[in-house]
Design a protein around this ligand. Structure first.
Ligand code: 5AD
Ligand code: SF4
Length: 431
């Protein structure tokens, strides 16, 4: 979602006459789009800001002004900290108010020495104010839903991105058609809780994600559709049916369980048990036996015992994820779990993460190795490090590199997989 937000921020700046540079000392404006989900991500902002301040000083010695801004969830949660720890910042705005950037930039200079901070939860939708943005190549992100009402006890998202809101169906279809006309053949629909999408159609009727997917499926030139991130308890039968018959829907689903232990899931305030989750996986697999799954896991949640952790390993052994993201529990101020007793020692968290990741990687490698010899349609959207090499993604989100000419860039090409490691595949064009 942050990548998408950054693209939209860039489109506001382009409208104002700026263009992107990869050299920070050349930049008249530097904006950090920030993540607050775990402590490490949030702390990184302050070290990045420290470096930006030095560049701002060097540019000032050459008579050049530099505007430094911070956007994203760190602002929403730590606005006072930013003003205190980084007083040289010119402005800071949360993830729901960055459409106000033109006004904010116009105010800079009138209020020197005092950062402009906007962390209000606005009544208006930013999407009504953002200028159109260009496709980011063959694969584009498209936010359809934002915020979350689930309040998992470890998570800052409901506090930083606010309550769940869904964009209207027509607005999304319009943005999708524009991105496709602009060169995208794959769209990845985004939302913190994407499958609880409930946007209105033109008649004011609430529609679900399955309805939206079927509308998008009709767009000529759109070849591949993905959506992320889904909440297990909100996977409904309509959505499962899409995985049975919608050819454009890719056979890969990110469906986080977080933990395999029912008592930990309860303490996390998740609305599902591990049994409920496995039932959803079964139903999805019955609809499409070729579906591959990924998940998020948290190890070392307060009170997690060895037996709880074993239950997580059991789920992994049952589902056999083809990819996954796993994290040590990070204590986030303001969330209920931060105040829970029986916080798990750092050493134990690390040991459990290592064990879990070894197991996850073994399934990922197994899946990749089993892909060798198969022919898959690969969407090549990047140049590789070596000349004559392109990088793309299989339907299962595996990275694949192949020796191919530039004319194959941004196209879907059939590739025979010849080799596999844990993180990537290689292959040759299948004529
Ligand atoms: N500590 C560790 N991981 C977290 N996540 C969310 N909050 C925390 C936290 N406090 C993870 C969850 C979520 C993913 C985006 O980040 O696994 O699905
Ligand atoms: Fe956070 Fe996801 Fe839980 Fe919402 S569902 S509170 S975004 S972990």
């Amino acid at each position: 979602m942050n990548v998408y937000d950054s693209q939209r921020i860039a489109s506001i700046l382009e409208k104002l006459g700026f263009s992107a540079t990869s050299s920070q000392p050349q930049a008249d404006i530097v904006i950090f789009n920030t993540c607050h989900i775990r402590e490490k991500a949030a702390e990184k902002v302050f070290s990045d800001l420290g470096r930006a301040e030095l560049i701002k000083q060097e540019r000032a010695e050459q008579g050049l002004d530099t505007i430094i801004g911070v956007c994203g969830c760190v602002v929403q949660a730590e606005d006072e900290q930013i003003a205190k720890r980084a007083p040289f910042v010119d402005f800071a705005t949360g993830p729901l108010t960055y459409h106000r950037l033109p006004e904010i930039l116009a105010r800079i200079g009138h209020q020197k020495g005092q950062p402009i901070i906007d962390t209000e939860f606005p009544v208006e939708s930013k999407f009504d104010y953002l200028p159109d943005h260009q496709a980011s190549g063959a694969c584009s992100y498209l936010a359809i839903q934002e915020g979350c009402n689930n309040f998992c006890t470890y998570c800052v998202v409901p506090y930083t991105r606010g309550v769940e809101t869904s964009r209207p169906v027509d607005e999304i279809i319009k943005e999708a058609k524009r991105l496709v006309a602009d060169g995208s053949c794959e769209l990845n629909l985004l939302g913190q809780n994407v499958n609880s999408y409930h946007g209105e159609d033109n008649n004011g009727k609430e529609r679900n994600l399955a309805y939206l997917l079927r509308q998008l499926n009709e767009i000529d030139g759109l070849e591949r559709i993905r959506y992320t991130t889904s909440y297990p308890a909100d996977v409904d039968d309509d959505l499962i049916a899409c995985h049975k018959d919608m050819k454009k829907l890719m056979p890969y689903l990110h469906l986080p369980i977080q933990s395999g232990s029912d008592s930990i899931l309860k303490a996390m305030n998740r609305r599902h048990t591990s049994g409920d989750y496995l039932k959803v996986i079964d139903k999805l697999r019955s609809a499409n036996p070729d579906l591959g799954f990924s998940s998020d896991f948290i190890v070392g949640f307060p009170g997690e015992t060895d037996a709880d952790f074993q239950a997580t390993l059991d789920v992994v052994n049952s589902v056999k994820y083809i990819q996954a993201f796993s994290f040590k529990y990070s204590r986030r101020a303001g969330t209920p779990a931060a105040l829970m007793p029986n916080q798990v020692e750092e050493k134990v968290k690390k040991e459990r993460l290592d064990i879990l990741q070894d197991l996850l990687f073994s399934y990922q490698l197994k899946f990749n190795k089993e892909s060798v010899g198969k022919v898959m349609p690969v969407l090549f959207d990047m140049k590789g490090r070596h000349k004559g090499q392109l990088i793309g993604r299989t339907p299962y989100m595996q990275n694949l590199h192949a020796e191919l000419g530039k004319e194959c860039l941004n196209k879907i090409i059939n590739v025979k997989i010849t080799d596999a490691t844990t993180n990537s595949l290689s292959g040759i064009r299948e004529e």
